[in-house]
Ligand binder design. Structure first.
Ligand code: UN1
Length: 511
């Protein structure tokens, strides 16, 4: 028999178990199976046990969302928004705890995890404000004594599929607008970071969002994704993640005539002109390339640098990169955390190998997995810089999603723009220059959804549209007021008060 003290100690270290949230109840998966949420900085640290859901769980969650839909849709939008403002308060009150839990499950450093939670708070307050706007419009009708107007209506049940890299911000980008617009949702969060989405959903419960309006199912994409995407009662899928999965989802949605919004890869670049403030450009590049260990869709994975300052830039960059402190994100001194899991690490290492074989490209620093001491517990890669990279090299074309960046030389601004635009993605771009003409020309010519001047490619704010051109997405924008166009459909309303039949396009109107 263990002593009371031993039992207590055991209880303290016992892995916490979490459930799905369906119809306002916290429930196990009907599979009875679980998966571990593992800290990528220390794989012996199990953050929690989460239900490994299956199709039955998805069906139950959709059913719950369906049952709650009519009442929620009919709740006046300003009242829906009031609950969301309360949600914002709850997130603010719990920011510190949510931040630590996020770092533990995802690996990003505490400061950045705090930024992630803050982005969810910002999104909640900003988007809740739409509850008293959700503007439609009126317009003159072409017949006399007839009124014409247009209103937004909710689309119905939304499936929200979110990735690992912004464990609370990205779910909030989808959830909050969906709710303010009057939809009910089923969230399937990234299986590597289930706790942050669960914290968000728990906060929704606390805020008083009615049962069934928000449902959360945990588990692996391959087990539950197809059922959610293919479910006949789900009207919309909003997905952020890999290009491959996005394409599969889009194909299924096309077959079923579903609305689908996709946010996928990026191969973002910073142009550094010869007149740039070079230290600012180096600092921005460090932040853009190695923040979140390069695991942002917006990461600065290409640095396109003018030949006149190229040597100096690479020298200063490499010098700084070598001083970056890699480690467990929970240590406040850490600047670069681990990558999310072993497969991701191996994929990044494979790209580093490919880079080393590219004709003329040089490994300027980094390039290895870190394995000594505490590093052996997790998935750490040295911040890596390739110089003398050609625009068509694979490391300059394909998304690596890790702490690796490529420096590419150029001679003219037009050449630099061609390099930046010469990839299949179009999410974010940036230019460092002191010249107003060059900066406006670049803003005009860079074919990306986001463009920064004198700043890196990361750091989008929630009140501006977020999304990209070409292979990054399918034309939608999240955040801003533009996200409302994803989560509502327009309804045109005509009211004829002439007291007779009037035929548009046919009847002559006397002038
Ligand atoms: C992402 O990488 O998918 O602009 C989102 C940024 C963050 C969001 C990134 N606010 O870098």
């Amino acid at each position: 028999m263990p002593t009371a003290k031993q039992a207590k100690a055991k209880k303290k270290t016992a892995t916490k178990t979490y459930n799905n949230y369906i119809g306002g109840e916290w429930v196990k998966s009907s599979s009875g199976e679980w998966f571990d949420n593992v800290n990528p900085a220390d794989t012996s640290d199990i953050v929690g046990r989460f239900p490994k859901s299956n199709s039955d769980d998805v069906n139950a969650a959709v059913e719950a969302a369906k049952n709650a839909a009519t009442k929620w849709r009919r709740t006046p939008a300003p009242k829906r928004a009031e609950l969301l403002f309360t949600l914002g308060e709850i997130l603010r009150e719990n920011k510190e705890e949510f931040t630590r839990e996020m770092t533990r499950e995802m690996g990003k450093v505490l400061k950045e995890a705090g930024g992630d939670v803050q982005e969810a708070i910002d999104c909640t307050y900003y988007t809740a404000g739409e509850g008293r706007r959700l503007h439609g419009f009126t317009t003159p009708a072409e017949m006399p004594n007839k009124f014409a107007m247009c209103v937004r209506q909710p689309v119905g049940i939304c499936g929200l599929i979110t990735p690992f890299n912004f464990p609370m911000a990205i779910p909030s980008w989808k959830l909050i607008p969906a709710l303010v617009c009057g939809n009910t949702v089923v969230i399937k969060s990234g299986e590597d970071v289930p706790l942050s989405a669960l914290n968000l959903v728990k906060a929704c419960e606390k805020a008083g969002i009615p049962k069934g309006v928000v449902n959360l199912i945990n588990g692996h994409g391959s087990d539950i994704g197809p059922t959610l995407v293919g479910h006949p009662d789900v009207r919309l899928i909003s997905f952020t993640g890999s290009t491959n999965t996005g394409r599969i989802i889009a194909e299924q949605c096309a077959r079923d005539n579903k609305i689908v919004s996709l946010e996928m890869g990026g191969k973002n670049a910073i142009i550094v002109m010869d007149d740039a403030h070079i230290d600012n450009a180096v600092e921005g590049s460090l932040w853009g390339a190695f923040g979140t260990s390069g695991q942002r869709c917006t990461a600065s994975s290409r640095l396109v640098v003018h030949k006149k300052i190229y040597k100096k830039f690479v020298e200063r960059l490499v010098e700084k990169v070598k001083t970056l402190r890699v480690g467990n994100g929970l240590d406040a001194r850490t600047e670069v955390g681990p990558v999310i899991h072993e497969d991701a690490m191996n994929n990044i290492l494979r790209y580093i190998e490919i880079g080393q074989k590219e004709d003329k490209a040089k490994l300027a620093c980094g390039g290895n997995r870190l394995t000594k001491g505490d590093y052996s517990k997790g998935w750490f890669i040295e911040p890596t810089v390739f110089s003398d990279v050609a625009p068509n090299h694979r490391i300059a074309q394909e998304e690596i999603f890790g702490p690796v960046t490529s420096v590419i030389p150029f001679s003219t601004l037009d050449e630099a723009i061609e390099i930046v635009n010469g990839v299949k993605y179009g999410l974010s771009s940036a230019i460092y220059t002191q010249d107003v003409n060059q900066s406006f020309y670049a803003m005009q010519e860079l074919y990306t959804g986001i463009c920064y001047v004198n700043s890196a490619t990361i750091g989008a704010e929630v009140h501006l549209p977020f999304g990209g051109t070409k292979g990054t997405g399918n034309g939608h924008r999240e955040a801003g007021t533009q996200v409302l166009d994803i989560f509502t459909e327009w309804k045109s309303l005509y009211v004829d008060y002439s007291g007779k039949l009037q035929k548009a396009q046919i009847d002559e109107v006397e002038i």
